[in-house]
Design a protein around this ligand. Structure first.
Ligand code: NAD
Length: 321
């Protein structure tokens, strides 16, 4: 078994490798060759922690395993990230463990890869202004991955905690892009592509603020009760997602579907667009919305990619188990 530490995984993994790995597994999911197992998430009654597993099997890529971890709110005070995760991979022929990989950095890479894929496949190719709603840990990864997909010239941003925008501005300017703080309605009028990556439980963007042709990647809602955009905006858009079952239960579409504003059948797997079995965007005026809920197969895909890089470079620790 190969152990790739958190630090080593952060050094080895690239956005390009993350994009390719997640794109391939989304395509395999849509072909019915890869599937996620039911998610377990439990409040353990200790340290206020939420702990769980996301797991699955990609028959096309022969990747079997799980990501285990969760949220420990007291970690920050100990100098540790609150979100903690580790990925375990197994040989699908024998069930023997093949790798244990630090999953914190990889989670951000695979989440940013998902929205970047949606931007690549669904946004207008002439998109020049990126709107960012959210300025937390994930937002930096999101903006970097998005910037690689289109010739963006500037980023317009809003955050619930405005003081956090200073850090995002630094990342954006580091990419050579202009940065401007706007209120939400103005942000929607300025942006061609909007990424939402917050822990909001209320709509931050309203349907009538969005201009025709916008692509939205809604990435923050990954739990029942969370919400980033108006459910009428979700209902009016052409909606795509990583996994439909997860989107309607814990993703951004949970509210529009739950209130009967959007039919589950009207939601398309992004893998169908990647495979060319769905046309994706059909006009420059269409509003497209990607609901990125975050599936276990994304975690396994990026962990597998980093293990392949580690094996190639002869790094990581080998242990007999
Ligand atoms: P973070 O704690 O670093 O940042 C939280 C962000 O949410 C900040 O921008 C903050 O200002 C904003 N926020 C907090 N309370 C808010 C409120 N009441 N209303 C509006 N905004 C509010 O978190 P992060 O690591 O950047 O993650 C952001 C979100 O993305 C979280 O909800 C997390 O669960 C989710 N996430 C989703 C995936 C996925 O695959 N879909 C993956 C990782 C994280």
């Amino acid at each position: 078994m190969l152990i790739v530490s958190e630090e080593r995984a952060s050094e080895l993994m690239t956005e390009t490798a993350g994009f390719a790995a997640v794109e391939a597994v989304f395509a395999a999911m849509s072909r019915g060759e890869a599937y996620n197992f039911p998610v377990i998430r439990e409040a353990i009654g200790h340290a206020d922690a939420l702990y769980g597993f996301k797991s699955g099997f990609d028959r096309a890529g022969l990747t079997l395993g799980l990501k285990s971890g969760g949220y420990w709110p007291g970690n920050m005070a100990r100098g540790l990230p609150n979100h903690q995760s580790t990925v375990f991979l197994f040989d699908p022929d024998t069930g023997r463990p093949t790798a244990m990989v630090g999953g914190n950095h990889l989670t951000a890479i695979r989440t940013a890869a998902a929205s970047a894929i949606s931007i690549q496949y669904l946004s207008r190719s002439d998109s020049r202004t990126l709107g960012m709603v959210g300025a937390g840990h994930q937002s930096h990864f999101q903006v970097r991955a998005a910037a690689a997909q289109r010739s963006f010239e500037r980023v317009v941003a809003w955050n619930f905690h405005p003081e956090m925008l200073d850090g995002l501005e630094k990342t954006v300017r580091g990419l050579g892009l202009d940065f401007e703080r706007l209120e939400q309605p103005e942000l929607c009028q300025a942006a061609d592509v909007i990424i939402t990556i917050t822990s909001s439980q209320d709509p931050l963007l309203m349907a009538d603020w969005i201009k025709p042709g916008t692509h939205l990647a809604c990435m923050g809602t990954d739990t029942r009760g969370k919400m980033e955009v108006d459910k009428h905006l979700v209902a009016a858009a052409s909606v795509f997602t990583d996994e439909i079952a997860q989107s309607v239960t814990i993703g951004e579409t949970q509210h529009a579907v739950g209130d009967g504003l959007l039919a589950k059948d009207a939601i398309t797997s992004i893998g169908d667009v990647i495979n060319g079995t769905h046309e994706g965007r059909t006009s420059p005026e269409q509003v497209t919305l990607f609901d990125g809920t975050g599936v276990g197969l994304q975690d396994l895909a990026v962990a597998r990619a980093v293990v392949d890089i580690a094996l190639d470079q002869g790094v990581g620790q080998r242990v007999d188990l």
